[in-house]
Design a protein. Sequence first.
Length: 153
Amino acid sequence: MTKPVNRPHKKPGRALKVPPADAGQRIERMASNAFSQLMIARGLGTSPGLLRQWLKENPALQEAYDMGIAHVEYTCVNGLYELVKKGNLVAIIFMLKGRFGWREGEKPLGGMTQVVVNLPGALPLDKYTGVKIEQAPSDPRALAITMQAKRVG
């Protein structure tokens, strides 16, 4: 076992860097102007890693950052919505896809009942009274199972 070494002339490590007193206001202002974390860190005179550490350790700084980002998001969404109200087709499609999850070429799933009516050839009216109309399952897998069961049975 090694014995402890006494190093009286060794300098202590670098002092921990703490955020400036007005860091919250500065972070919110820079984030609300769409500054990246790198640019915010440079504006505070620190590294991006230390900025992320400050945000993780200090809820007030994280909230200031989140408020700034929310302001940018509001501005972007509001601008997009103004274009939608003017009838800009590209903006309308973008908003439908981004905000409401629309996809091109997809058929809607669930929520819609599908009814399949199989009509035989021309028969007299009294023959139709015994015919049942079946409702197809909305899940494609259940429909495939039902169709297989009808083929087998």
